[in-house]
Design a protein around this ligand. Sequence first.
Ligand SMILES: Cc1ncc(COP(=O)(O)O)c(C=O)c1O
Length: 449
Amino acid sequence: MQLWESVEAEYRERTPTSRKLYREAGDHVPVGVASSYRAWDPHPLFIDKAQGVYLHDVDGNSYMDFDMNNGAGMSGHAHPAVTEAVTEQLQRGTLFTHPHKLLTEAATELKKRWDLVDKVRFTNSGTESTMHAIRIARAYSGKDKLLKIEGSYHGCHDYVLMSKSAPGRLSGHPKRPARVVESEGVPEKVAETVEIAPWNDLDAVEQIMHDNINEIGALIVEPIVMNVAMTQPHGDFLQGLRELCDEYGITYIFDEVKTGVKVAPGGAAEYYDVEPDLVAMAKSIGGNFPVGAIGGKEEVMERIDDGAAHYGTYNGNPLVLQALVTQLKDVLTEDAYEHVDALGERMVRGYEDVMEDEGIVGHVEHVNSQGSILFTDKRIENYRDWIDNIDYGLHENFWFSMLNQGVMPHPHSADQQWTISVQHTEEHIDETIEAFKNVAPKLAEEQQS
Ligand SMILES: Cc1ncc(COP(=O)(O)O)c(C=O)c1O
């Protein structure tokens, strides 16, 4: 508590203009931000510009950025190749609601990365990708209910705004989680079409499928639960889900909005060698432009031909497709993966060494270039473990102390992970670890108090 007072005071002192602009924005925009996740106490940073690996705020502070647009920025900010390609496209028109040749080029780039993908449709966000994937999945299986994993986030539409951050007291039995709706305005009748299952417990999932036989038509998973600090699947969990989906006639969706093109060129499907029926994508496929996609097997995607609706004025506009093609062809090259994955190892070693030297209880979960720091020695298996073991207060101290040192270690909130971009270098990682060395003794003291 004592630490927080000094950390918060320093943050306030460094960022008075952000505070002023936040207050002003609150008079015009609910919560003063464009997406409610962006608000935090005492006030969020207002950013003036973002270039390379740095965010520059309105008070003249710079932050080495590992938030990277909530994982969308694997290219780093304003990557020259993407900027150049998009600038050229700007002159040729940004939106025409007629087909154009970039459609095939962009779809082909995604198909090269996901073996299972025969056909692709484009969207404008991760939310749209999961929403449409769920509809196509239901159309394919002919059954209405969705099975969703407790703790996973799949965007902001009615079918998935549940059991993401519910308090333990509302969450029911760990093997049979209760459905906890986390937004007003979601119709009860819609919520009743969603069942909730625990992560990393195949028997429990099977029981729920069995109890809803002939009703559950779609299963959606984040193949790594990126919104529970990178909780990986254990053993053959993802493959086990594949087999259960086949047995129960359920369409299997990977939400690769955060893992896609990041944990491996072909996302988690490649990394874990598991084939879902559909993949929902967004974020880092688009070089910091708002583009999402749904990719899937021919027989599933052809439901769109046969009646499952998918429309959108901005879908696959030439501007974002140009960004996507450049990102996948010219930015996320084989060398780029080698580079960011090696930096990922360096970051993990750096954080873990400092924690050990300072006697901080904690560890890092990571897959290649993405990682989360956890102030607990418990290896987290699922959402219940997470809420029982995480020290939110200490994590806030860590996060704001790093901001005060000029590093944004990951998006705000203990359940998030860093993104290392292709523009980061070894020096950037070493600077980050130096910053952590500066704040670690006080964190250790706070943890032990
Ligand atoms: C796994 C996952 N799915 C879907 C989404 C929603 O994506 P968007 O914010 O682009 O709507 C997110 C956003 O963070 C996400 O992490």
